[in-house]
Design a protein around this ligand. Structure first.
Ligand code: FE2
Ligand code: FE2
Length: 330
């Protein structure tokens, strides 16, 4: 498909800060920039692309396949379940891939927008990091998974439309580095530890090494900015935080993956209903629970570190089922 048919045009406007002060102002951000230069890797050279995905073994752990544990999925023939493993894994990885592309675009805007050179230097390295993540995940899907790149879900699109259209850098950074990347880090870590495919485990390990720096950028750059916000700006940031958390936390239904293995509409609907109950029930897979707990804990503690955990945000996080006292025990 020609690339212009699968491209969105997102209107945006922001001020570019062309600053000309070159002495170090934020040594901690400079350190992060030094680490970024030191830890660069090359996706074409450092990944063993000779390894092939084994379609019988699958990609993700079976417990991670959406709908696992429902009667409809348990009834599938072994062969069909193997195919579902591949399709679902590719569907999930496609969402991460679109997120990496969006992250690259957001960071290139941040190079322009952030006020000081220490932050600009670091953001310049994050642009390269996100390009590499986009490269490595797309190459995996194109070369190792028969080109199974699924369309972006509504939630990912809404989130990135907002992040990319936004004219305030601290809102972009909360959306990308503080919230979306916290989710991505938890997911990449779980995949690194549990995926059946060794090539994917290695890719996730490499990506994770970069992602901790990206989260670090938000922790270092946001506290002063948030402390100095007008009440109007703070309110806007809190509202955005709520929206972004809902978009990130709400599970998206992988309909296209079920359709790809030929499941009919009735069965797909049965899975959709049953998976909700399973998520609430006690038999919900242990490591999914651990994933959710780890992610909630990191979100709460990061929000606390940057000064965004207050009465208002705590109240709506509790409504979402996030335990806001988690940070204290982290
Ligand atoms: Fe990334
Ligand atoms: Fe990142």
């Amino acid at each position: 498909m020609p690339s212009n048919l699968i491209a969105d045009r997102i209107p945006t406007s922001f001020d570019t800060t062309f600053q000309r002060y070159y002495a170090v102002e934020a040594p901690d951000l400079r350190r992060l920039y030094e680490n970024a230069k030191r830890d660069q890797w090359n996706a074409s050279r450092d990944i063993d692309w000779a390894i092939d995905v084994d379609p019988e073994r699958g990609i993700f752990a079976d417990e991670l396949i959406d709908g696992h544990g429902t009667t409809t999925i348990s009834r599938l023939e072994r062969r069909d379940f193997q195919r579902l493993n591949i399709e679902f894994s590719c569907w999930r990885l496609s969402q991460l891939l679109h997120g990496e592309e969006g992250a690259m675009l957001a960071c290139s805007q941040l190079v322009d927008m952030v006020p000081g050179n220490d932050a600009k230097f670091f953001q310049a390295t994050q642009v390269v990091d996100e390009a590499r993540h986009t490269e490595v995940l797309s190459r995996y899907l194109l070369e190792k998974c028969g080109g199974r790149i699924y369309p972006m879900t509504g939630n990912v699109k809404t989130l990135f439309d907002y992040i990319l259209g936004q004219g305030k850098w601290f809102i972009k950074t909360v959306g990308l580095q503080l919230l979306a990347e916290t989710f991505a880090v938890s997911l990449f870590r779980m995949l690194m530890e549990t995926a059946k495919d060794p090539l994917l485990r290695e890719i996730c390990r490499r990506i994770l090494a970069d992602e901790s720096r990206h989260m670090g950028f938000s922790i270092l750059s946001l506290p002063d900015e948030i402390r100095g916000l007008s009440s109007g700006d703070l309110h806007e940031l809190e509202d955005f935080t709520r929206e972004a958390l809902v978009l990130i936390m709400t599970g998206q239904f992988p309909r296209e993956a079920y359709e790809a293995i030929g499941m009919n509409a009735v069965d797909i609907e049965a899975v959709r209903k049953a998976r909700k109950e399973i998520a609430l029930g006690s038999e919900y897979s242990l490591f999914r629970k651990l994933f959710r707990r780890e992610m909630h804990q990191t979100v709460v503690s990061n929000m606390q570190k940057v000064g965004l955990l207050n009465e208002r945000t705590s109240a709506f996080m509790r409504e979402m089922g996030i335990n806001t006292t988690l940070a204290a025990t982290a």
